[in-house]
Write a protein of this length. Structure first.
Ligand code: CP3
Length: 347
């Protein structure tokens, strides 16, 4: 299993065939997933290890993917901290008692992962048994900044006015809040590796809302802390965010083994800015998959040509796969990346 294409690429070893998995690969574009969600709420599916296991395996059965990612979400970690989370149909996640003051931040608890998220740790153990070494399993968490954004905004946000105002006007409370986030996230990542996750991805989805100076001062130190704690387990760590292309060299300071890049930059350009000694994951625009196959193929070719077999490339989308993505294009993309990259090696 340590020999899998995916884990070898995380370590920047040559792989011959380029590994591919897709962020949010278990989800609504799959009829099998919709069938389960018709009968169970999002939180029930996450909290029932048998259901989370089944959903995790759906894309692995359907496509020749090189890694599984545990079915969970970045937000349930906030529940044990004292926040009331709901997934509202058509609206997404909502927190009904968001953090709006230093006192709210100081009231948050920091329970250990075994207490806070036992169901996901159980699901990881179950999936590892079911996978039986077929492909490695990725665990994940939100990064401290992105979780703080949800905790303070109370849901998704366009301009991140509340979280950034809190950060700038309450610097001490901000540091205490981020310290708590880093504690629970670091603990959760370590617990996932101990339960059997063979790689860990840290989603800093909203860090791109920050200027480079604010990212460096107010988010990066905590991202680095959780990456370091995760690496203490010796599994590779992937750090991913969107809209971060103006600060790629800074992302290296997280210390992550792999940096995930979105599609707003050419992958070779991103890699040149990131420098040596790091693997790169990405970066097909998820909307490409809605185009006719020849277009998908051209763009996949372009990414593979730009990478030119540099060791340490993990093919992925530049952000999560979208609902209603044509399943047939997903299947063809996965197979094509394998065939084309293997042929490039041979020629
Ligand atoms: O990659 C995977 O297949 C693993 C599962 C996974 C989910 N969420 C399941 C999910 C992962 C890795 C996530 C991460 C996540 N969750 C992020 C970071 C990644 C990113 O996209 O930037 C964020 C910001 C969230 C928070 C979240 N969860 C939002 C904003 C939403 C609503 C929007 C949406 O896509 O529906 C969710 C719900 C969610 N999480 C769904 C899934 C499959 C859809 C639930 C459903 O309606 O069935």
């Amino acid at each position: 299993m340590t020999d899998s294409l995916f884990l070898r690429a995380c370590r920047r070893e040559p792989t011959g065939t380029t590994p591919i998995w897709l962020m949010r690969q278990a989800g609504r574009y799959m009829p099998e997933y919709r069938a389960i969600r018709a009968r169970h709420s999002m939180l029930d599916a996450i909290r029932t290890p048998e259901l989370a296991c089944e959903i995790t395996l759906q894309p692995i059965r359907a496509f020749a993917l090189d890694a599984a990612i545990i079915f969970a979400d970045i937000l349930p970690i906030l529940i044990g901290m004292g926040l009331d989370l709901e997934f509202v149909k058509g609206e997404g996640p909502v927190i009904t008692n968001p953090v709006r003051s230093p006192a709210d931040a100081d009231a948050l608890r920091t329970p250990p992962a075994e207490e806070n998220l036992p169901y996901t740790l159980d699901a990881i153990r179950l999936v590892r048994r079911e996978l039986d070494g077929r492909v490695p399993l990725i665990g994940f968490s939100g990064a401290p900044f992105t979780l703080a954004s949800y905790a303070i905004e109370g849901g998704g946000s366009k301009n991140h006015v509340r979280v950034k105002s809190f950060m700038l006007s309450e610097p001490d409370a901000w540091n205490r809040l981020m310290d708590k986030m880093a504690t629970v996230v670091g603990d959760y990542l370590v617990a996932q590796a101990e339960a059997g996750a063979q790689a860990l991805q840290v989603f800093d989805s909203w860090a791109g809302a920050l200027s480079p100076a604010d990212y460096r001062a107010h988010a990066l130190p905590y991202a680095r802390r959780v990456v370091e704690r995760a690496q203490s387990t010796s599994v590779p760590v992937i750090y991913f965010g969107t809209d971060l292309n103006g600060m790629l060299p800074l992302l290296r300071e997280t210390g992550a083994d792999v940096i995930g890049v979105d599609w707003r930059i050419a992958i070779d350009d991103a890699w040149a800015q990131l420098g040596d000694g790091v693997a790169v994951q990405g970066n097909l625009d998820p909307v490409t998959l809605f185009a006719p196959w020849p277009q998908v193929q051209r763009r996949a070719d372009d990414i593979l040509a730009r990478v030119a077999k540099r060791p340490g490339h993990i093919f992925n989308l530049g952000h999560g796969i979208l609902p209603e993505t044509p399943v047939d294009n997903v299947r063809r993309l996965v197979d094509y990346v394998h065939e084309r990259s293997a042929a490039m090696e041979a020629s």
